[in-house]
Write a protein that binds this ligand. Structure first.
Ligand SMILES: Nc1ncnc2c1ncn2[C@@H]1O[C@H](COP(=O)(O)OP(=O)(O)O)[C@@H](O)[C@H]1O
Ligand SMILES: [Mg+2]
Length: 221
């Protein structure tokens, strides 16, 4: 099993009240799956993905990726594990403004002190594959929203993860850019990478093999 999410829960406390932003969610993904979770704003999608990416500790439940229980690892181990196994594309713009496209894509390698020639060549291949080689030395401020999103996707691929997780990958984009982003993600899936996407956009969901629905922290249907 690539990903197993079991009885996952995240409680937040706000205005003296506790509520479950993610409430008892369980599902599995196998290698090469393409799953989409749909839900309205505030339904808990980002909270769920942040836990799966090992960025947020659950209140209850268990997540395993390739049989490794994420929350049995210490902080340093989680970071290393995430770097090697999970490609995470956060919601919104996530590029570092003072790094070029190429440097942003290679960032995961810098962080693990592996910024070698291999990573440079591979990053350049990725830029080429996504038709954005001309942006190699450009800074995020000089890119369109769709271009920035594309660079963020390539950054998620640099460590050749088995699973790519994307939080609203087409939000704030026009129809044409959205289609281009989904074509890029579909290609990644066709090359054998598992894909987990959350979105509120029905057009995006149509690209996936399996759609799950989330409402008020729960999976429904
Ligand atoms: N750190 C936090 N503290 C308290 N409440 C939060 C926090 N983060 C998110 N929430 C709340 O949890 C719910 C789910 O948020 P989120 O996971 O961002 O939903 P979505 O991504 O589906 O829009 C929302 O009601 C949001 O306001
Ligand atoms: Mg969100």
């Amino acid at each position: 099993m690539l990903l197993s999410v079991k009885n996952l829960r995240k409680d937040y406390r706000r205005a003296q009240q506790t509520f479950s932003a993610v409430d008892n969610i369980s599902f599995n993904m196998e290698q090469g799956d393409f799953v989409c979770i749909m839900g309205k704003s505030g339904s808990g999608k980002t909270t769920l993905l942040n836990m799966i990416a090992g960025l947020l500790t659950p209140s209850r439940g268990k997540i395993t990726i390739n049989d490794t229980n994420l929350f049995e690892l210490n902080d340093e181990q989680v970071s290393a594990f995430r770097n090697q196994n999970i490609g995470y594309i956060p919601q919104g713009s996530s590029l570092l403004p003072n790094l070029t496209a190429l440097e942003n894509i290679r960032l995961p390698f810098y962080l693990t002190k592996r910024a070698n020639q291999t990573s440079l060549t591979y990053a350049q291949q990725l830029l080429e594959k996504a038709n954005v080689s001309h942006l190699q030395d450009a800074y995020p401020a000089n890119m369109s929203g769709g271009e920035m999103r594309r660079i963020a996707i390539l950054r998620a691929l640099i460590c050749q993860p088995q699973i790519v997780i994307a939080d609203e990958p087409t939000s704030d984009l026009d129809d044409e850019s959205s289609t281009e982003i989904m074509q890029l993600l579909t290609e990644i899936h066709q090359q054998g990478t598992a894909l987990l996407i959350v979105t509120h956009d029905h057009d995006v969901a149509n690209y996936s093999q399996k759609i799950m629905k989330m409402a008020a922290g729960r999976l429904v249907e």
